[in-house]
Design a protein around this ligand. Sequence first.
Ligand code: ZN
Length: 378
Amino acid sequence: MKSFPIRPLLAEGARLAELKSKAASLPRVDIDERTAADLELLGNGGFSPLAGFLGKADYDSVVERMHLASGEPWSIPITLSVTAEQSASIKGDDVALWHGGRPVAVIHVKERYGYDKAREAKNVFRTEDVAHPGVAALMRQGDVLLGGPVEVIAADIGTSFAKYRLTPAQTRAEFARRGWKRVVAFQTRNPIHRAHEYLTKCALEMVDGLLIHPLVGETKGDDIPADVRMRCYEALVENHYPAARVMLSVFPAAMRYAGPREAIFHAIVRRNYGVTHFIVGRDHAGVGNYYGTYDAQRIFDEFTEGELGIQPVFFEHTFFCKACGWIASDKTCGHDPSLRVAPSGTKVREMLRAGEEPPPEFSRPAVAKILIDAMRVK
Ligand SMILES: [Zn+2]
């Protein structure tokens, strides 16, 4: 199998010292949370093989063909946008990127180019509807993209959940230490209820280890906050998974809600973390009704065997069936749908808000309790 080396863009040693002293005198661009998360992932090698923010040839190729100009797969444009006024005011090619009151990276600008936001929206998000949070973010961006290689100068761009914030080099080393050759990752931005627990365990039956890899970068306001979710994952891992076969680590990326394309992106980045298998459930990285239930699975057919360097593992919608007496899907249960314990997301949120525990077939009581307490504080 082809190997996929990681390429961290975090500067080191004398180069790091040189860049740090130089950065303060360079033209400055302040970056948002999403771009800061992108820089963390460029810095730690999670975005390999990217060398920085996309230039025009790569940008066009990613938007049109889900591949870099070199032919390597990449499905989400990783770009640095500025306004036309900002671009005009920037003299020279080296620009310091500031976040949290300090420079965190330097970009060596090779290109400044305009771009067609409507085309990007249509191709990447499959909609131009500004009610879509990813499209809304795109439309808010500046009209000029700066492309060029990046050198990251802060190793601590993101610091939340520090003990779980492993870099790709660290997860790879930990998998090797544990002797895991086949590792399945589960991406989530939601609490893990019984149905998700079931599918992570089904997947674990077929491999050596499970990486629960929740996304902790920026999400939309009505998603459950990362700190609450982390407490749920901790309670679940502690009580319901075998410690020797499961690892909890955080994924610093921001959500883009690009559904199918983001599923590919999530898979490629997890490959860089050393993962061999990746769980793709229904409506992965979706929002609203913009994507078909299984579009995020079908899109994997657009890539050739082995091209992504990671094997997707597909799951259907799962639920507890009273007649089966356990969790099942349409594939494994033929009973009447009325026997399913599968409250809607809206119904579950209502119950939690009212201080009621959802049925234990739906949610582990320890997880429900954490969610109820979190809603009460508000
Ligand atoms: Zn059944």
